[in-house]
Design a protein around this ligand. Structure first.
Ligand code: NDP
Length: 328
């Protein structure tokens, strides 16, 4: 029986092309669990993998999609049986191993977690890797102690930023949301942001290594000049959970905020999280993310929409989360 997948291929000149193709189960890679995929999403990494440069893809032809949720169809591993609802993020799926832009996927049992109670497969993918990472970032801030001032979220209208804003607001923190898109102010306020900060206000080179102690914590999806500037604006002993580099990988900062203010820079990696951490984070998502807010973030899509959406996310044009119904 054949089924649909978004296949990316590379021609002799090194140019990549992504198109919806029919494949069969025999084409899938070897692994223990075959999943009937229901939903996947569009993350920044997916944009890189779909796009013309190929980005992070390790082998061609390739099926991108760094996350998915669905139902187990068959399993050679005792932990999963047919009918189980599962969710997958990370482990280089969609980069080195065929991913979720397919009606079926075959993956290692170790990479899956059971869908937590309170979430269906569509909600799990409305959260997706971006939202799961936002939860990991909030948990890291909690572990190190969130101080009194507002918690800053950068890249707030994007996937990580939107979910981080909604979770922090639900937990009772005052959230200041940094965005370069003024038209998203109403959206961000509906998610729970109490203050909108224009990107230009923060996104400039560090002039003084320390400024006023302004933020009690920060979830940073942008990196680059913005992260460098934010470090000097943190309260004494406060933490920045660094998640992404949508604004650049270079960090033009000084060591002064670490030395004179005891600021913590916490690196967040969603890819290699051990099973127990993943389960804990998904359970926290089910508990702490307001589902009505999640719905407001969602833009629906199909497999054939993906080439365009991959380009949009790299250009910072996607608002919130894109949920891909692979069977639509
Ligand atoms: P999105 O594209 O959805 O969001 C990124 C947001 O950053 C944009 O919406 C925009 O927000 C802002 N932004 C984009 N370009 C710039 C710029 N040049 N300067 C300042 N701000 C900018 O991506 P995600 O939220 O899905 O991911 C964000 C980052 O986190 C990416 O780098 C991604 O690779 C990384 N990531 C890391 C993970 C990990 O495990 N560490 C897991 C998931 C994602 P606005 O319009 O509001 O200004």
């Amino acid at each position: 029986m054949s089924f649909n997948a978004l296949m990316v291929n590379k021609n002799d000149e090194g140019k990549t092309k992504a198109e919806v193709t029919q494949i069969s189960e025999d084409d899938l890679p070897n692994a223990e669990v075959t999943v009937a995929v229901e939903y996947s999403t569009v993350n920044y990494k997916d944009g890189l993998c779909i796009g013309p440069g190929g980005g992070l893809v390790r082998n061609y032809p390739h099926i991108p999609g760094i996350d998915f949720a669905g139902t187990v169809e068959s399993s050679d591993d005792d932990r999963y049986k047919p009918g189980d609802k599962v969710v997958l993020t990370g482990w280089r799926v969609g980069e080195a191993h065929w991913g979720g832009y397919s009606q079926k996927a075959r993956v290692k049992a170790d990479w899956l977690v059971p869908l937590p109670e309170g979430l269906d497969t569509r909600q799990a993918m409305a959260v997706g890797t971006a939202g799961f990472t936002a939860m990991l970032a909030v948990m890291a801030l909690e572990d190190h102690g969130i101080k009194q001032g507002p918690v800053l979220v950068t890249g707030a209208a994007g996937g990580v930023g939107s979910v981080a804003t909604a979770i922090l607001a639900k937990l009772g923190y005052e959230v200041a949301a940094v965005t370069g898109r003024p038209e998203t102010e109403g959206y961000l306020k509906d998610l729970g942001a109490s203050r909108i900060v224009a990107r230009e206000e923060i996104n400039e080179t560090v002039k003084r290594p320390l400024e006023g102690e302004t933020w009690g914590g920060c979830v940073d999806a942008v990196g680059g000049a913005m992260l460098a500037r934010v470090l000097g604006q943190m309260e004494y002993g406060a933490s920045v959970a660094a998640v992404g580099l949508a604004g650049g990988a270079a960090l033009p900062a000084t060591v002064i905020p670490f030395l004179l203010r005891g600021v913590n820079l916490l690196g967040i990696d969603s890819v290699m999280q051990p099973y127990d951490n993943r389960l804990r984070a998904w359970e926290r998502v089910a508990k702490d993310l307001p589902m009505d807010k999640l719905e407001a973030m969602v833009q629906p899509a199909t497999l054939s929409d993906l080439p365009k959406l991959g380009a949009d996310i790299l250009n910072g044009q996607v608002k919130g989360r894109v949920v891909v119904d692979v069977n639509a």
